[in-house]
Design a protein around this ligand. Structure first.
Ligand SMILES: Cc1cc2nc3c(=O)[nH]c(=O)nc-3n(C[C@H](O)[C@H](O)[C@H](O)COP(=O)(O)O)c2cc1C
Length: 339
């Protein structure tokens, strides 16, 4: 893996020297991976020079994610971060994804025994783990560089996924309409709304999981085409105040669809690894991402997207762009998830 630590801005830490310290350090990084509704659907166990990552089925979205697809994408993102953190310490991670068919919740074993100095690129990538934040809203009207987009696509391929950049206006409009239709369908389904309410915290909540009101803006930003965000605020006016009262024109940004050739748990884990590589690479270049999984949680919309756009099984829809970020997020303590 060409990906490790931590330059200015990352929290300072004593270099771990024992296997236990190494396990604690890499888990403390992995928990900053993105996860659907910040469910953090994972737990870890450590034994010698090996950490095992498990999906926590109790944190799966039973209504929105009955097959655990998004849970596995989230775990894949944590797996990539675990590997990257090992590289940052100069270890070569050895990874076995879904190693035991009898234990479908065992996502991966990651072990380390050999060393190779971390490349500068890997260190810079790892320095983004705690800085990266999901963006919700529009982007500044600044074009993204073609070499960056090419690097993101190449990175996704390395993890067994495909990043399709959707630049055709008609296809962008199809995807925006699918997000809108999904938002409407979700808002009319009381079980879905209740599930979202469970994972969206009110202002001042001490919770260390779920989507805090500090992670989105009070004022929904519309773009053309418009990709509506999730209604985490339940129309109660929660969220960060706008940066300024002036409404600067915002754009939807570069639209991308992360796809896989197949649609099995291993593909979902791959998609998650590709997602985190992509998000950290973008973040390293000052580019943020907004994630939209709403239409992929509605089976007929997911099929429609696959039919209209082709290119494999859609796993995540995202938008990329430049923006000053104000979002904050929360995580449970590493000690809670390292058993
Ligand atoms: C599979 C998956 C689906 C997601 N879907 C959405 C989404 O539809 N809307 C959204 O605002 N964020 C979405 N997110 C982002 C999470 O809400 C976010 O990662 C989490 O709240 C933690 O915040 P952070 O990414 O800023 O650390 C998704 C993340 C993952 C991994």
């Amino acid at each position: 893996m060409d990906t490790a630590p931590l330059d200015a801005g990352a929290p300072t830490h004593p270099t771990p020297s024992t296997p236990e310290e190494t396990a604690r350090y890499i888990v403390a990084q992995a928990i900053w991976a993105p996860s659907v509704h910040n469910t953090q659907p994972w737990w870890f166990s450590a034994e010698g020079l090996r950490v095992s990552l498990y999906a926590d089925a109790g944190r799966r979205l039973a209504v929105a994610d009955p097959d655990g697809r998004e849970m596995m994408i989230s775990c894949g993102a944590a797996l990539f971060t675990l590997r990257l953190a090992l590289r940052s310490l100069g270890y070569i991670p050895q990874t076995r994804v879904l190693p035991d068919p009898a234990q479908p919740m065992l996502v991966a074993h990651v072990s380390w025994s050999e060393r190779a100095a971390a490349a500068d690129f890997e260190k810079r990538l790892c320095s983004q783990v705690r800085r990266r934040r999901t963006h919700r809203g529009g982007f500044d009207p600044v074009p993204l560089s073609p070499p960056l987009l090419a690097a993101l696509s190449e990175g996704a391929a390395r993890d067994g996924a495909t990043l399709r950049i959707i630049s055709d206006g008609g296809q962008r409009a199809v995807l925006a309409a699918a997000v809108d239709a999904a938002e409407q369908a979700i808002s009319l389904d009381s079980t879905r709304v209740q599930e979202l309410v469970m994972w969206a915290s009110p202002p001042g909540s001490p919770r260390r999981d779920g989507v805090p009101s500090t992670s989105y803006s009070k004022r929904a930003e519309h773009t053309d085409p418009d990709f509506p965000g999730r209604d985490f605020a339940h129309r109660l006016g929660w969220g960060n105040p706008p940066l300024s009262s002036a409404r600067s024109p915002r754009i939807a940004g570069v639209v991308g669809l992360l796809c896989t050739a197949d649609d099995r748990p291993a593909d979902w884990v791959n998609a998650g690894q590709a997602l985190q590589r992509l998000l950290l690479t973008a973040s390293m270049c000052g580019v943020a991402a907004a994630l939209h999984s709403q239409p992929l949680e509605v089976p007929w919309l997911r099929e429609l997207i696959q039919d209209k756009l082709g290119g494999g099984h859609p796993q995540l829809l995202l938008r990329l762009g430049a923006v000053i970020q104000t979002e904050a997020s929360v995580r449970r303590e590493p000690g809670e998830v390292l058993r």
